[in-house]
Design a protein around this ligand. Structure first.
Ligand SMILES: Cc1cc2nc3c(=O)[nH]c(=O)nc-3n(C[C@H](O)[C@H](O)[C@H](O)COP(=O)(O)OP(=O)(O)OC[C@H]3O[C@@H](n4cnc5c(N)ncnc54)[C@H](O)[C@@H]3O)c2cc1C
Length: 323
């Protein structure tokens, strides 16, 4: 089969249960800015028609399916190597979450390509692909490019709004030999689902609490408000360090980035390392007892007051409205 000259390889690994990551649309959208999206679909077994249809809708012109034995660590690296050799892409994109970053790093070493990490946008100029980064707590914007070969790029989640037009989704099967030195997983246990709340990175409503809560019991008011709004719970690093919230709830420089429709910033000051992970929220509502707290510079709606008094009333009013 012949492929376009400007393929952009989007790497998408299905979950062990066959689930498709939600990030496929943003990856294909970013790819469409610089070329033709081609999805490398790494799957643990047979791929459902609905899955490939969704990927085509997201913009994939071609879908290269590699069925892998997920118990072999590193087997996905071989799949990426095979797809790069098949499509000669102008760039290879991964999402910059824990798994994508891990696989991208390994693949970059294996195929000897430059790695441009945690980018917020990609473009091309006369000389090739360029990537944009926002670094040091989003204080500086930086542009990077690879001086040799096509780059491997990890894309920051929620950073690219562009979406691709639906693609033809032509399917190809690829065979990738397992790496000879791959370790084998002999046993694994899935973590139990502990919450019915939406996943933090894609939640439309995020209710985040900070160190201003003085105990886990007080922080429960954050969880109650999140549940009343069908939102996700977030936290500052200080709140996580205090044991109020799970480390996975940390938002900011060393946590996750979110971009919800509504972000509640509760008893948190608005430190730059926190703000870097939430400043793109569409509407920010802050409650803080210090009227000079920096978070008010960012907030669309601010209340100067004590969260311990305000939150139970707010949650109960919302419950009454829902009836
Ligand atoms: C390398 C590095 C990486 C970091 N990464 C992150 C990160 O990813 N995410 C992150 O969040 N932080 C991060 N930090 C930490 C960051 O610098 C701040 O220390 C942290 O965000 C502060 O959290 P906070 O706003 O909850 O606490 P504070 O700054 O202590 O603010 C507490 C706020 O609560 C208010 N308050 C107190 N009581 C009440 C009340 N009863 N009602 C209403 N308001 C009240 C106070 O007025 C104050 O504004 C990082 C720091 C470093 C150095």
């Amino acid at each position: 089969m012949t492929y376009p000259d400007n393929c952009v390889l989007v790497v998408c690994e299905l979950a062990a249960d066959g689930g498709l990551p939600e990030t496929i649309s943003e990856l294909c959208g970013a790819a469409s800015a610089i070329g033709t999206p081609v999805v490398l679909l790494i799957a643990p077994g047979e791929v459902a028609e609905t899955t490939t249809n969704t990927i085509a809708q997201a913009g994939a012109e071609h879908i290269a399916i590699v069925v892998q034995d997920y118990s072999q660590l590193g087997s996905a690296v071989a799949a990426v190597e095979e797809a790069i050799s098949e499509f000669s892409p102008v760039a290879t994109l991964f999402i910059a979450d824990a798994d994508g970053t891990d696989l991208a790093g390994r693949a970059a070493v294996h195929v000897q390509r430059a790695l441009l990490s945690n980018v917020t946008g990609i473009d091309r100029d006369d000389e090739g692909i360029i990537a944009y980064h926002s670094v040091l707590g989003d204080t500086y914007d930086v542009t990077s490019a690879a001086t040799f070969n096509s780059p491997i790029i990890t894309l920051r989640r929620n950073a690219v709004e562009l979406r691709a037009k639906p693609g033809a989704g032509r399917k190809t099967e690829l065979q990738a030999a397992a790496l000879s030195h791959a370790a084998i997983i002999t046993e694994s246990t899935a973590l139990p689902q502990t919450s019915g709340r939406p996943a933090l990175p894609n939640a439309q409503v995020v209710v985040a609490g900070g160190r201003g809560f003085s105990s886990t019991e007080e922080f429960q008011a954050v969880e109650d408000l999140a549940d009343a709004l069908g939102g996700a719970v977030g936290a500052t690093r200080a709140a996580v360090d205090a044991g109020y919230a799970d480390p996975a709830a940390q938002i900011g420089h060393s946590g996750v980035s979110v971009q919800p429709d509504v972000y509640f910033a509760l008893a948190l000051s608005g430190a730059i390392q926190h703000v870097s992970g939430m400043k793109s929220s569409k509407h920010i509502i802050a409650i803080n007892k210090d009227e000079d707290a920096p978070i008010f510079d960012l907030a669309d709606f601010g209340v100067v007051g004590d969260v311990v008094e305000i939150l139970p009333k707010l949650t109960s009013l919302l419950a009454q409205r829902k009836g």
